[in-house]
Design a protein around this ligand. Sequence first.
Ligand SMILES: *[C@@H]1O[C@H](CO)[C@@H](O)[C@H](O)[C@H]1NC(C)=O
Ligand SMILES: *[C@@H]1O[C@H](CO)[C@@H](O)[C@H](O)[C@H]1NC(C)=O
Ligand SMILES: *[C@@H]1O[C@H](CO)[C@@H](O)[C@H](O)[C@H]1NC(C)=O
Ligand SMILES: *[C@@H]1O[C@H](CO)[C@@H](O)[C@H](O)[C@H]1NC(C)=O
Ligand SMILES: [Ca+2]
Length: 421
Amino acid sequence: MKSLLCLITFAALSAGLISAEEEKDPTGKHVNACSIKMKNGGKCDDEGSCPYQITLPPMTIQLPKQLQLLEKTLKEVQSLKEIVNNLKKSCQDCKLQADENPEKETTGVTDGEGQVNQIQDLQSKVKKMSISLKNARTQINNMQDQIERISMNDVDDYIDKKIANLSSTLSNVDMCSSNCQLKEAAPSTLPIVKDCSDYYKMGKRLNSIYQVMPDPKNKTFEVFCNMESMGGGWTVVQTRKDGSISFNRTWDEYKNGFGNLSGEFWLGNDRLHLLSKSRNMILRIELEDFKGVKEYAHYDQFYVANEYLKYKLSVSGYSGTAGDALHFSKQYNHDQKFFTTTDKDNDRYPSGNCGAYYSSGWWFDACMSANLNGKYYEKEYKGVRNGIFWGTWHGVSEENLNSYRQTFKAVRMMIRPKDFS
Ligand SMILES: *[C@@H]1O[C@H](CO)[C@@H](O)[C@H](O)[C@H]1NC(C)=O
Ligand SMILES: *[C@@H]1O[C@H](CO)[C@@H](O)[C@H](O)[C@H]1NC(C)=O
Ligand SMILES: *[C@@H]1O[C@H](CO)[C@@H](O)[C@H](O)[C@H]1NC(C)=O
Ligand SMILES: *[C@@H]1O[C@H](CO)[C@@H](O)[C@H](O)[C@H]1NC(C)=O
Ligand SMILES: [Ca+2]
């Protein structure tokens, strides 16, 4: 059933792609292949750079179709679910009857041996059926999860392709532009720089701020690249080092990022999503306490979903010295948790907001065994553990209500493509 649905999705998707390729303009004519115009838009300056004007035809992206498809598929899943429920109900009825039957047979019929066998047959059939129904149910649940992801990814991929197509058309644009004396100076194909690892590969070796574009359909943005430690190529996601920036922030602030890339900052959940979507990423967390003890936690896989999915965290494959505080226990596990801020409660704590309680934005469970966005304390403190926290740090487990809390001097979270070498 799963593969069938996927097939349908794929077929419809292909159809969407095809119809999009055969786009016509309102008059019915095929759009001129060279409808993108570039011309010289003024005087060239002393150094010979010329201002350009670019006219783009309106770009058509068949998004609504894709979204409708998504809706349709979800509806199909819903109706499948109903069918299963009905089946289950009738199965239960059937079981009830089967349970009633033995009494009837034993009281009413004297030579009931054949019937008893039949009934046992029936019962084992019912059993089998209910097992396969159970399987179907788990399958449907899995499917629902997958559909949510697959369809969103398909839509994304589709747009990516369109953009790639458009960019390549754009780079051929001088063919239809008016003659500019400085054709060679026009940027033909800029290398794609998705994250800091690309700058490292281009030979950059200095810790600094660089521009990246993990997703061609979004704007470029600045990141701090750590090129000097642990093999370089790291895109820094979060830094704490002096308490100069408050991390007690709203959903929108965590979404868009805050702070100072040369100092303390949160890069921003939208950017985290784009970066971790563009490539398979690993995560390195580094912690240092005020005694100068440094430890790290390395995760082989790191992904942050989009805002629609509440920036759900996927993190796995721990190794390191600081302990796996993100998967502390069954009760405290930050993997697959949504992002929560003081003004948006997506945590698993039913009677309050962990973000508000701990003055932090984080992937809270109910509530936490790690919180790297807690308050920056320069000195030990008592009471609510709302400081920067890593639950597997040595000595932390012996803390009690009256003891001083562990504090951290510096924290850093950074990511790098898994295949970086
Ligand atoms: C645009 O996409 C189509 C279909 O994938 C492809 O055949 C075509 O060559 C692409 N155009 C450019 C300019 O890349
Ligand atoms: C965090 O921010 C909230 C909302 O602005 C505020 O009510 C609360 O007092 C702040 N907490 C701390 C510890 O500053
Ligand atoms: C950012 O932080 C650096 C280092 O702490 C500092 O030198 C710089 O002035 C800060 N910039 C802003 C805009 O706060
Ligand atoms: C990327 O683009 C989407 C859609 O336009 C937008 O919602 C999102 O905020 C953008 N992300 C960044 C980091 O600019
Ligand atoms: Ca809650």
